[in-house]
Structures are given as structure tokens and as C-alpha cells.
Design a protein around this ligand. Structure first.
Ligand code: FAD
Length: 478
């Protein structure tokens, strides 16, 4: 993206930026929008259906949401996020969505250029984050509308592109495209540097002269490299007074940790199956593809393979009746395709051959080893060994956040420092109303890193961080 930004990055700068955002997914994009001086106000005359929230909003007419007390406004809101500001922003953007309504946002947006906070968004890929790594034809789990960022509804964008939602859901490809377009349409491109990988964030040493001496808050050095078209790496080094971690959790696929997992036919991303199909190394006549895992990504892979008539062996550790299986938590009416996969997992087990040609499930099977001659060895529930010839293996058993660019890989920042970072159980410990780390001043965390796993809710973190960063900028001495 922005070529002049890439040039300025190549030169590397010792002048500190107020904010560097690492990660260019929905979290980073939303924060960039807010920091660019887009300020939310309640539309004159708008009535929020939540009576308590409406009463509070009416107390400060004409005062922007970013300048109000987010803790006060969000108090008493309930919903599907643990984060009060996420619930607040979601309620303002989609007032009655949890009641099946489609009321317009009560917010209107005004551009105050003078309030813009200079910032840079660094991202490995194109703006849109994880959405560029998800297979484009996959349909979102969430309603398409819930993937919208402020002031540009997915449904309006789709209409302009002559695209439609499928059963009120969108394809991952459309959503990735929408996020890329959002950055352009909202005039944010100059803040974004794609192909910029951050390798280290360090707090400045005391002896670092110059800017730090005048800065009231800590200084961070952000180092990394830019990937050029010829794949070469050009190092950069920047300084920032605040750093926002928005790198998501999908960059490091979980591994089985068994022998043979690094063999060239063993992969950890669905994209490998697409590539193999394109190259013709996998086709309807080849040995089956082995898909390991019982989550939605594995189900997506099964659906994808079946769409192309590829034979599938589907192995997973749990029993098909395990109530913890994600399929048991999804309403059947809304997710018929996932329930189809669950049904196949149940009906087509190795123990009970049945109607789905080209698909076989191996419940309660533990992979032991992959051999160079494309054999996969499993331990079955009885403790015996089973051997299968496969053309390709896809291990889709989840992913981990990768904070290797932080000291101790961020271990000191999480809620329980004795446990690994986990978006659900042990996220980065942040103040819920600023999203600033409770352990490190000037460091912020958004999205799954801070415990918000849905796009609908990651935006609240951006609102909280923007309100804190705008306040800091206002307080800054001239
Ligand atoms: C298969 C799948 C389906 C999903 N379906 C839904 C759904 O239906 N609804 C929903 O709400 N959510 C869904 N999600 C979750 C959703 O993708 C995330 O909630 C959302 O993308 C999080 O946004 P983010 O900006 O915090 O992080 P991400 O979107 O993960 O973006 C972070 C970006 O930072 C980059 N990055 C990481 N490390 C570095 C580094 N060191 N330097 C530079 N860049 C770096 C990453 O490459 C990535 O591009 C799904 C996720 C997956 C994987």
C-alpha cells in the first residue's frame, strides 16, 4: 500500500510517532479510523432502544462519545462480550441487532482533522488481517452485517459491488475485500504499510538521547523489516510513544508435535489444499486428503474438499457425541453446512461405513506419525494402530497468538503470567476502559489478544484505546 510510507520507513526515523499500531486487521483499521479524526456523535433526534443508555446519552447532547465517560455509558449493558466498551460501541452501531432488528446506528461521524493523532499501521499482509488468510469462498460464522466497521455498512458496500449476503452471511473473500476498500474509502491509506513485519518492540533505554528526554510517557523502539516484491527484507526501526498490539491470533497454527509433521505434504493451512488443487497434485482420483481436527476450520476444509470431489479422511481426538464439540453449540437452522459435516462425522465413521462416498471419519483417533511414503499412522480408541495412505495432510487444530516480537514473548503482560497467552482463558491484561496494559504504560492491546474474538466486539477495544490516546495527545505539552 502507501508507497511514500514505505519510503519513509526504509529511511527509518528517530522522531517518535505518537502511536504505532502493529497489525492491520479489523482492530487496527478501526483504531486508525478513530485516530484519523473521525469522531462519533449521537445523531440529533436518535432514540436508543435501551432505556438506560438512552437516558445517559441524552445527558450530554452534542458531546462526542470519545469525550464522554465510557465506563459510565457502558455500565449496565449486557451481551455476548465480556468487555463493557465492546458492548457499548456495538449497541451504538447496531442498536437492536440482538433482538433480530436492523435499526440504523444512532451515531453520526464528523471529521475533525485537528484532532487526528499521527499514527502508522504496520501489517504483514494487506489491510484486513486474518481475513486475507481465510479461504475466500468460506461463509462467515457471524452475520455479514456484524463484520461492518464504523460508518460503512457491509450490506451497502455489497450492494454497490453488486454482491449479496448468503442467508445473511458473507463470504470471507468479500469481507477481506471490504476491509481493504474501507481503508481506501475512508482515506486511511497513508497510515498503512503493508508487508511490514515487526520483529521487536523494546522500551527505550534511559541513555537514548533526544526525543525521550522531552517525552512524558515511555518510548518504544519498533524494529522489523519490509518485504520487497523480490521477497528481500529491508530492515526498519521506528520510535513511538504508544504501541498498540493488534496482531490477532491466527499467525501461528497449532501443531501436533509428532514425527513427520514437517514433511512437505503435511500442512497447517487450508490454503495448501487450494494450491495443491490448482497444481493438480490433489484431484478426485488421488489418495484421500487427511484432515485433522474437529473445529470449524477443519469443517471448512471438509466442505471445501467435498466441493471439489476430493476424497477425505477426517480424524479427530474427541468422540462425535462430545458436548464440547463446536457443532453442538451452533443453532442448526443458521449453520446447516456445519451440521452436515457433524452428521457425516457421526454417520460415516470407520466403524459404520455409510452413505457419503469419498468421506470417512476417524473419531477418537490420535495421529502418531506421518511417513515419507505418504502414510499416516493413528492410534485408534482401542489402542491399536491404523495406517492410511494419503495424498496431503491438513492439520487444522487451532492457532496461537505470536508475540515473539515482545520481551519474553509478552508473557509478563497476560492475566496469569504462569500460563501461556490464550485469547479465551488468559488474554493480555488491559484496563477495560482504555485497553492500555495494566503492566506497561503506553502499550495497548486490541482484538483477540485482549479477549475479544469477534469483529463485532473488537471495535470496542479500538474505541477505548482511541479515547485514551486522544486524551494523552490533548494533555501533551506544546
Ligand atoms: C477461519 C476463521 C473464521 C472466522 N470467522 C469469524 C466470523 O464469522 N465472525 C467474526 O466476527 N470473527 C471471525 N473470525 C475471527 C476474526 O477473524 C477475528 O476476530 C478478527 O480478524 C480479529 O481482528 P484483529 O484485527 O484483532 O486481528 P487479525 O484479523 O488477526 O489481524 C492481525 C494482523 O496482524 C498481522 N501480524 C501478526 N503479527 C505481525 C507482526 N509481527 N508484524 C506485522 N503484522 C503482524 C497478522 O498477519 C494479521 O494480518 C474468524 C477467524 C478465522 C480464522
Amino acid at each position: 500500500m502507501s508507497s511514500w510510507r514505505r519510503d519513509s520507513l526504509r529511511a527509518s526515523s528517530s522522531e517518535p510517532l505518537p502511536v504505532i499500531i502493529i497489525g492491520n486487521g479489523p482492530s487496527g483499521i478501526c483504531l486508525s479510523y478513530l485516530l484519523s479524526g473521525h469522531i462519533p456523535y449521537v445523531k440529533p433526534g436518535a432514540i436508543h432502544p435501551h432505556p438506560l443508555l438512552q437516558r445517559k446519552l441524552a445527558e450530554a447532547p452534542g458531546v462526542s462519545i470519545l469525550d464522554q465517560d465510557l465506563e459510565y455509558l457502558s455500565e449496565g449493558l449486557e451481551g455476548r462480550s465480556q468487555s463493557p466498551v465492546a458492548l457499548l460501541f456495538d449497541a451504538l452501531l447496531r442498536p437492536d441487532t440482538d433482538f433480530g432488528g436492523s435499526m440504523d446506528s444512532v451515531l453520526s461521524w464528523k471529521r475533525h482533522k485537528e484532532r487526528a493523532v499521527p499514527h502508522l499501521v504496520l501489517g504483514r499482509n494487506l489491510p484486513g488481517g486474518a481475513w486475507h488468510s481465510i479461504e475466500g469462498s468460506m461463509v462467515t460464522l457471524s452475520q455479514g452485517q456484524w463484520m461492518s466497521l464504523p460508518d460503512l455498512q457491509v450490506k451497502d458496500w455489497m450492494r454497490k459491488k453488486c454482491r449479496g449476503l448468503r442467508n445473511s452471511r458473507a463470504t470471507a473473500g468479500d469481507i477481506a475485500h471490504y476491509y481493504r476498500d474501507y481503508v481506501i474509502k475512508k482515506g486511511l491509506s497513508h497510515n498503512f504499510v503493508s508487508g511490514a513485519v515487526v520483529t521487536a518492540v523494546e522500551q527505550a533505554e534511559a541513555e537514548h538521547g533526544g526525543p525521550e528526554a522531552q517525552a512524558p510517557s515511555p518510548l518504544f523502539q519498533v524494529k522489523g523489516y519490509l518485504t520487497a516484491k523480490d521477497h528481500s527484507h529491508q530492515p526498519f526501526s521506528l520510535w513511538a510513544r504508544n504501541v498498540v498490539l493488534a496482531t490477532g491470533t491466527f499467525d501461528s497454527p497449532a501443531r501436533l508435535g509428532i514425527p513427520g509433521e514437517t514433511l512437505p505434504f503435511v500442512h497447517h493451512e487450508l490454503a495448501a489444499l487450494e494450491a495443491a488443487l490448482r497444481a493438480g497434485t490433489v484431484n478426485p482420483h488421488s489418495d484421500p486428503v487427511l484432515i485433522v481436527g474437529a473445529g470449524l476450520s477443519a469443517a471448512d476444509a471438509v466442505l471445501f474438499a467435498r466441493h471439489y470431489n476430493i476424497q477425505v479422511i477426517h480424524a479427530f481426538r474427541r468422540s462425535v457425541h462430545d458436548p464440547g464439540l463446536v457443532f453442538n453449540q451452533l443453532p442448526k437452522m443458521l449453520y446447516p453446512e456445519y451440521h452436515k459435516v457433524h452428521q457425516m462425522m457421526r454417520d460415516q465413521s470407520i466403524l459404520s461405513p455409510s452413505p457419503y462416498e469419498g468421506y470417512r471419519s476417524l473419531p477418537e483417533h490420535r495421529p502418531l506419525l506421518f511417513k515419507e511414503d505418504h502414510q499416516a499412522v493413528f492410534q485408534d480408541p482401542q489402542g491399536g494402530q491404523q495406517l492410511f495412505g494419503v495424498s496431503l495432510v491438513l492439520v487444522l487444530i487451532g492457532s496461537h497468538p505470536n508475540l515473539s516480537y515482545l520481551p519474553r514473548a509478552g508473557a509478563d503482560l497476560v492475566i496469569d503470567p504462569d500460563q501461556p497467552l490464550n485469547p479465551k482463558r488468559n488474554p493480555i491484561d488491559v484496563d477495560p476502559f482504555t485497553h492500555e496494559s495494566t503492566h506497561q504504560e503506553g502499550l495497548y492491546a486490541l482484538g483477540p489478544l485482549a479477549g475479544d474474538n469477534f469483529v463485532r466486539f473488537v471495535q470496542g477495544g479500538a474505541l477505548a484505546a482511541a479515547s485514551s490516546l486522544l486524551r494523552k495527545e490533548t494533555r501533551k505539552p506544546p
